[in-house]
Write a protein that binds this ligand. Structure first.
Ligand SMILES: Nc1nc2c(ncn2[C@@H]2O[C@H](COP(=O)(O)OP(=O)(O)OP(=O)(O)O)[C@@H](O)[C@H]2O)c(=O)[nH]1
Length: 773
C-alpha cells in the first residue's frame, strides 16, 4: 500500500495502515448500541474526513503533546503494550507479536530474533487529538543506559509490571532512574490474564519495594483466564472486552455504568475502592480535601468524576502518588484506557520545569539523546526540542563540540518509518539527518550568538554558565555513562579489514556511549568494553550483520580496579635536555586511601605548592596524575578510592608542562608501589526467581561462585533469591541456570559495588594474569 503526503513524498507502507494525516488526525467516535442508551461501543478507526491543516499535524499545540517512556523489567510486556497502542491508534494494520518476531518497535534483527528490546525506539502516534511520542525502552540490565537516555528527555513514564510478579529487580532500577529525573509515572499491571496475577500483591509490592504511593484507579473484572475488563473508579464505568474464544483484536469494548444487576461482590469491591480512592486523594491534595469537606462530606458518591480526575492529575504531576491501571496487552484488554490515562494524567511538555532552557527564551535549544546509523542517510540524531523551532536545511550550532552543522532533513519517527516534515516546535521529539558530529548528550542551538546570549542572560541572572573555551555556555545536562564491567579483544579477519572495523566501532560508539573502545598500548590490540555479556555479544553480532565484518572476540574479561592500602610519600626528579633546552623538575607527593564508595580519585595541592604554580603548570600536574590513575601498579587497572596531595613542585625556568606531567606520573608510580596495591572486583547484586523445587541446586551452585545470599522471599509458588556475587564468577550463568532448573528460573544481574578481594583470591588472580596458572 502507498500513500502520498502533501510534500509529494511517496511512503512505502511496510506496516503502516495510515498516512501521516490519518495517524495524526484520527478521531475516535462513539456510537450508541441498540437496546441500551448507556452502553457504548468504541470504534478505534480513524475518521478521515476530520482533516485539519498540515500545520496541526506537524506541530500540535504543546499542551497536546505527551513525551512518554514505557519502562519495566525484562518481559513485563512493554513491547506488546506498545504494539497494541500503535494498532488501536490506527498506525498499524495488524497486531505485532514479540513471540512471532514481527513487532514495529523491536525492529533490529536481534530484537526480533531474541524477542527482546535493545534500542529504545521512538514511536510517534496520535490518540484523541493528542500527539504521543513514545519510547519503548529495553528491560535488560545490560542496556540500562538506553533507559537513562530516554528518561532524560521524557515528561512522563508508564511502568509496566507483570501482575503475577509485582516489582522485579530491573523495575526498581528504572524506577530510581525516573525518580532521579523527577518524572511523573503511571503503573500498568499487565498480564492480568495469568492465573497467578494479583492486584493486591502488586499494589503491596509497589508500596514496599518502590516506596511509592499507588493510587488505584481500576478494579479488574474477573480473575486469571476470566479477566474480561476493568471498572474505572473515577467514573464507575465498567469496561468489558467481549472477545470470542478464538480471541479478537480488542478494538471494540463495551462501556456501561455499574448497576444493581452486577455481581454484589464486584459492587462492594468497587464501592470500597472508590471511597478509599477519594480519601487517599483528599490526603494528598489540599484543594480536593477542601472541596470534599465543604460540599460532599456526607456523600462521597456525589463527588463529580471530573473533580476527582483533576485532583488525581495534580497528585500525579506533584509525584505524590502513582495511578495504577490493569490489563492484559497480549489478550487485548485494557490498553485503550491506558492511552486515555496518558493524556489525562501525564504532563504536557509545558507543565515540566526545565531549568536551563529559560535562558534561551524562544531561541532553539534541543538535546541530542540518541544517534542511529543508517547506511543510506548516515547518522540519524534524535533531538528533544526544549525551546524554539527546528527547520531542515539550516545550520545549527553544537555547543559541546563548538561546531556548526547543517541539518538536511527533519523527520517524525514512526518506529522504522520516518515521515519528512518542514518544521518542528518546542516540546516535540524529532529525528534529524545531516548532523555528522553530534553525539548523545550534546546541546544544539541555532547559532553561536544565540548560545552566547543565553549564557549572558544566565550569568547576569544567577551566575550559571560554564567556561567553555572563551565563551561561557549553557548546556543541558546529558546522560551519565556508567563504566563498563567487561572487556575483550576484538580482531578483524585480516589486517585489510582493520580500517572497516574501526569505522564500524566508531559508528557503534556514537550510537551507544556505554560501549568503549580502546587500543592496548602494549599489544596494539583493539579492546571492546561493555556493560555485560549480552551487550558485547550484541555488538559482535551487529558488526557482522550491519557492517559485514566477521570478527574474532578474545575471552571475556572482568574490568577490575585497584586501590592502595596505606599512605606513602615519594619524591622524583626528572632532568632531560632536548636540543638546546634543559628541563629539570622535582616533585614530592603523598598518596593515601580514601572511602572507596566515593569512587573517583582526586588530587589536592598544599597551600605552598598551589600558590607557587601557574595555572598551566597546575593543569600539567593534574594531567600527570590522571594518567597515573588510569593504570594501577598491580595489574594496570584504573585506580579508585585514592587521593593525592602534591606537596611541592620545583622546576628550573624553561621546563615544559609535558615534562612536569611525565615527572608527576613517574613519582606517582613510586608512591603507589610503596603504598601497597589492592585489587577491587565488581560485585553484582543477583536476583533469581526459581521454582521452589530447584532452589537447592541454585543455592549450591551459588556457593561455588563465592556468592552471599542476602534474602530468600516467596512469590506465589516461586522463590526469589537475593544475593551478591563477584562478576568474575558469573560468566555463562544464564546457560548454567537454564540447565540446573530445566528453564524454570529467570535472573537479573546488576553492578552493586567494587569490593576488595581477599588475599587468597587476589593471589590466584595475580598468578593467573602473570600466566603462572
Ligand atoms: N500472559 C500474558 N503474556 C503477555 C502479556 N503481555 C506480554 N506477554 C508475553 O510476555 C513476553 C514478553 O513480552 P514483551 O512485550 O516482549 O516484553 P518486554 O517488556 O518488551 O520485554 P523486553 O523488550 O525484552 O524488555 C512475551 O512472550 C509476550 O507474549 C499479557 O498481557 N499476558
Amino acid at each position: 500500500m502507498f500513500a502520498i503526503n502533501s510534500f509529494g513524498l511517496c511512503l512505502a507502507q511496510h506496516k503502516c495502515l495510515c498516512t501521516v494525516f490519518d495517524i495524526t488526525l484520527s478521531k475516535h467516535s462513539a456510537i450508541s448500541v441498540t437496546g441500551s442508551i448507556t452502553s457504548l461501543l468504541y470504534f478505534m478507526f480513524p475518521v478521515i474526513d476530520d482533516v485539519k491543516s498540515l500545520r496541526a499535524v506537524v506541530n500540535p499545540d504543546v499542551s497536546k503533546i505527551r513525551n512518554i517512556g514505557i519502562m519495566a523489567h525484562i518481559d513485563a510486556g512493554k513491547t506488546t503494550t506498545t504494539e497494541r497502542m500503535l494498532y488501536y491508534s490506527g498506525y498499524t494494520r495488524a497486531l505485532g507479536d514479540v513471540d512471532d518476531g514481527d513487532t514495529v518497535t523491536d525492529f533490529m534483527a536481534q530484537e526480533r530474533e531474541r524477542g527482546i528490546t535493545i534500542q529504545s525506539a521512538a514511536v510517534t502516534f496520535d490518540w484523541k487529538s493528542h500527539r504521543i511520542n513514545l519510547i519503548d525502552t529495553p528491560g535488560h540490565v545490560d542496556f540500562t543506559l538506553e533507559v537513562e537516555r530516554a528518561l532524560r528527555v521524557l515528561d512522563g513514564a508508564v511502568a509496566v509490571f507483570d501482575a503475577s510478579a509485582g516489582v522485579e529487580a530491573q523495575t526498581l532500577t528504572v524506577w530510581r532512574q525516573a525518580e532521579k529525573h523527577h518524572i511523573p509515572c503511571l503503573c500498568f499491571l499487565n498480564k492480568m490474564d495469568k492465573p497467578a496475577a494479583s492486584l493486591s500483591f502488586s499494589m503491596e509490592s509497589i508500596r514496599q519495594k518502590l516506596k511509592a504511593n499507588p493510587v488505584l484507579l481500576q478494579i479488574p473484572v474477573g480473575r486469571g483466564r476470566d479477566f474480561t475488563g476493568v471498572v474505572d473508579l473515577i467514573t464507575s464505568q465498567k469496561l468489558i472486552w467481549k472477545l470470542s474464544s478464538a480471541g479478537g483484536d480488542g478494538r471494540l469494548f463495551e462501556s456501561a455504568p455499574l448497576n444493581q444487576s452486577d455481581e454484589p461482590d464486584l459492587l462492594q469491591e468497587v464501592s470500597e475502592a472508590r471511597t478509599a480512592l477519594i480519601e487517599q486523594v483528599a490526603d494528598l491534595d489540599d484543594e480536593f480535601a477542601e472541596l470534599l469537606l465543604t460540599d460532599f462530606s456526607d456523600n462521597f458518591d456525589a463527588v463529580p468524576s471530573v473533580k476527582l480526575q483533576e485532583a488525581v492529575r495534580r497528585v500525579t504531576l506533584a509525584r505524590k502518588g502513582v495511578p495504577v491501571f490493569c490489563g492484559s496487552s497480549l489478550k487485548n484488554k485494557g490498553v485503550q484506557p491506558l492511552l486515555d490515562a496518558i493524556i489525562s494524567y501525564l504532563p504536557a511538555p509545558n507543565e515540566r520545569h526545565h531549568d536551563l532552557v529559560r535562558w534561551y527564551k524562544d531561541d532553539l535549544c534541543a538535546l541530542a539523546f540518541k544517534v542511529l546509523h543508517d547506511k543510506q542517510r548516515g547518522p540519524l540524531v534524535f533531538l528533544r526540542i526544549y525551546s524554539g523551532t527546528l527547520k531542515p536545511q539550516t545550520a545549527v550550532h553544537n555547543i559541546n563540540r563548538n561546531s556548526i552543522e547543517r541539518m538536511s532533513r527533519l523527520l517524525v519517527p514512526f518506529a522504522d518509518q520516518h515521515v519528512e516534515i518542514p518544521s518542528m516546535a518546542a516540546g516535540n521529539i524529532a529525528l534529524t539527518v545531516g548532523l555528522k558530529q553530534t553525539v548523545t548528550g550534546d546541546t544544539i542551538v541555532s547559532s553561536k550568538a544565540s548560545a552566547a546570549a543565553a549564557a549572558r542572560r544566565a550569568h547576569t541572572d544567577s551566575g550559571v554558565g560554564k567556561k567553555h573555551g572563551e565563551h561561557a555556555t549553557v548546556v543541558l545536562s546529558g546522560v551519565e555513562v556508567p563504566d563498563p564491567v567487561f572487556f575483550c579483544t576484538i580482531e578483524p579477519p585480516t589486517m585489510a579489514k582493520q580500517a572497516d572495523l574501526e569505522n564500524a566501532l566508531n559508528c557503534l560508539q556514537r550510537e551507544d556511549p556505554s560501549l568503549k573502545v580502546r587500543v592496548d598500548p602494549d599489544s596494539g590490540q583493539t579492546i571492546l568494553c561493555g556493560m555485560g555479556e549480552l551487550h558485547i555479544e550484541i555488538i559482535h553480532d551487529r558488526i557482522r550483520r550491519e557492517y559485514g565484518i566477521e570478527t574474532h572476540l578474545g575471552p571475556l574479561q572482568v574490568a577490575y580496579r585497584e586501590t592502595v592500602l596505606h599512605k606513602a610519600t615519594a619524591t622524583d626528579t626528572l632532568d632531560r635536555t632536548f636540543g638546546e633546552r634543559r628541563h629539570v623538575v622535582t616533585v614530592e607527593l603523598e598518596v593515601r586511601p580514601v572511602d572507596m564508595t566515593a569512587g573517583l580519585c582526586d588530587v589536592a595541592f598544599t597551600e605552598e605548592a598551589g600558590g607557587q604554580l601557574s595555572q598551566e603548570m597546575k593543569e600539567a600536574v593534574e594531567n600527570g596524575m590522571h594518567s597515573s590513575y588510569l593504570q594501577g601498579p598491580l595489574l594496570g587497572y584504573p585506580l579508585q578510592g585514592v587521593t593525592t596531595l602534591i606537596q611541592s613542585v620545583h622546576m628550573e625556568p624553561g621546563t615544559s608542562p609535558a615534562m612536569v606531567s611525565a615527572c608527576v606520573s613517574r613519582c606517582m608510580l613510586k608512591a603507589l608501589r610503596l603504598a601497597g596495591g589492592q585489587v577491587l572486583e565488581p560485585v553484582m547484586s543477583l536476583e533469581v526467581t526459581v521454582g521452589e523445587g530447584y532452589l537447592g541446586s541454585v543455592l549450591g551452585d551459588l556457593a561455588q561462585r563465592r556468592g552471599t545470599v542476602r534474602d530468600i522471599q516467596s512469590r506465589h509458588d516461586d522463590k526469589v533469591l537475593l544475593a551478591t556475587v563477584p562478576l568474575a564468577e558469573m560468566m555463562g550463568y544464564s546457560t548454567v541456570l537454564r540447565t540446573l532448573t530445566s528453564g524454570n528460573a529467570t535472573f537479573s544481574l546488576e553492578l552493586d559495588m567494587y569490593e576488595a578481594m581477599n588475599v587468597h583470591d587476589q593471589n590466584i588472580l595475580l598468578k593467573r594474569m602473570a600466566g603462572l596458572l
